[in-house]
Design a protein around this ligand. Sequence first.
Ligand code: SRM
Ligand code: SF4
Length: 605
Amino acid sequence: MATTDENVKLNPVEEAKVTSRYLRGTIGEELADGNDHFGKASEALLKTHGTYQQDDRDARAAARAAGGGGKAEKSFIFMVRTRVPGGKMTSEQMLAELAICDELGNATLRITTRQGLQHHGIPKTTLKECIRRINDIKLTTLAACGDVNRNVMCCPAPHHFDPVHEQLQKMADDLAEHFKPKTKAYYEIWLKDTCSGEQTCLQGDDAETDTTYKAPTAALAEHNGDGVEPIYGSTYLPRKFKMAIGLPGDNCVDMYANDLSLMAICENFNVVGYNVLVGGGFGVTPSAKKTFPAVAKRLCYVRADQAIGVAEAVVKVQRDFGNREDRKRARLKYLLHDRGLAWFKAKVEEYYGEALPEPHADDVWGFDDHLGWHEQGDGRWFYGLNVENGRIKDEGDFRLKSALYKICRELKPSLRLTAHQSILFCDLSPDDRGTLEQILREHGIKLSHEISTVRRWSMACVAWPTCGLSITEAERALPGVIDQLEQELAKIGLAREAFTVRMTGCPNGCARPYNSDIGLVGKSAGKYTVFVGGRLLGDRLNFIFKDSVPEEVLVPTLMPLFHYFKHERAADETFGDFCLRKGAEDLVAWADKFAAAAGESNGAN
Ligand code: SRM
Ligand code: SF4
């Protein structure tokens, strides 16, 4: 469905974009109107500026209880997301982000599942200050959310043994820059009054009138957006768009879960090209059969110098043919499903102006969470620290936030955020190693090797109380589930078994539960759908094992499968591969038999 099609009945978000004058709308006016929240149209536009209007659901529940039940007013707060291409940050930037969360937010900072950072609990009164301060440190919230290309993920490992990882990170920066919205709206609304001479406001005065943009090929120029937004045009994309860059031997960024991924093909320790994967995406509405999660499909091989041009062609095909009537079916995966891969490839070739070869035979075969100590290859070291569910906070004896302040002030490492919500402290001298560990220990932080395998490979999305779409808890529930799993797995000798457990508070899949060994997806109050059969490699979807399982019996529901796995696994078979081999029917039958036998033996006692 091309945007020029007169019969298209645009959905309300499209209407808001059309009339927004390149994402301005009335955000500026509403910022100064004294209300504690924005109207609907601005709420939609604000996302591309990197912020979501939210309701503190804990606060509302408390107000409701205090008022004796019934309705309670919404308690408006804002989530502000920083886009961090490839997860690269300096200590100074981290210190500034920590100060923002302490001074303006809820005193916690969150590493996201896409190598970004989030503040929660920002009131409207300081929203502008928050966004301005993030720009002051040369980071941005622009395009962290919204119907544009979002944070570009990239393998964060700072390996210097060969140029490959640097080449990947450079590609991440180039893609982030290339697909950044060019509208001046962001600059006008958030930065204009406050932009100091020293900083580079990312959306400076010339942005809107810049006509120097050069399309990579003549054919592409014919398909340009317009003078303001050469790639997106005035209505941007039909939906969010996500990119990732990784290696066949290290799929730490979950390439198959993205709209577009570049899988590096290396020769003689250099990136010579990429396999282009398209159409991954996990959001699903179980009641709407037309929606489904999808892993990406292998589209073509491109030389390294063609990658950005081909990525642009992919984005533009989605821009012109993606669904603008129904937001539930607007992601690239649906375009691919509806039109087919062959049609899509032909369109991309048309937009790019050249035929594109089939993908290189390489595919994912490894992954690395980069935790623990590693030599970088340049005499320096990096340390990967597991951050449980990405939350940086001080709580009782656990004082990760204070530890980070101290590490960034005293050791000044460069930092990398991982797609597993963790953090790498980089460029450390051999002498710094002891100091880093000492600081972590003094602040009650377990070192990565002291964390159980099951916790290390677990992830949960934010969910309650800030996410307006959450049905169940996730970040606040998963640690308890992992506590139980740790104990039960140790009892049957599987404590060292590596598999992914990912929990989300609704079926949108923000912690990527649909390609994990075990996915726990919020279904209804306190109950989850349990998926099994994915794997660490992230290249296939899992399937439903049990539905509507109460939180308190998640572990008892899973344990029969681990017993089965322990006794009947093939040599070197992983938990996910075992579940796939057995299939849902067999697993359910076994689990039921196991439960019945356990019931009988309990009865006998
Ligand atoms: Fe997400 C919506 C949080 C990664 C799929 N996601 C949301 C919102 C903004 C809720 C909303 O729309 O009101 C959540 C904000 C919660 C809060 O209070 O902070 C939210 N998503 C997150 C983060 C913070 C989860 C986390 O715990 O880290 C991740 C931010 C990443 C970043 O830095 O950009 C996050 N979201 C993902 C991922 C994983 C990924 O991209 O690798 C997915 C699955 C992949 C995909 O995109 O399909 C994901 N989020 C969604 C969807 C479903 C999209 C769809 O196609 O249907 C929604 C709902 C929507 O867009 O309508 C959503
Ligand atoms: Fe919210 Fe659902 Fe995403 Fe979790 S998966 S952050 S509950 S939208």
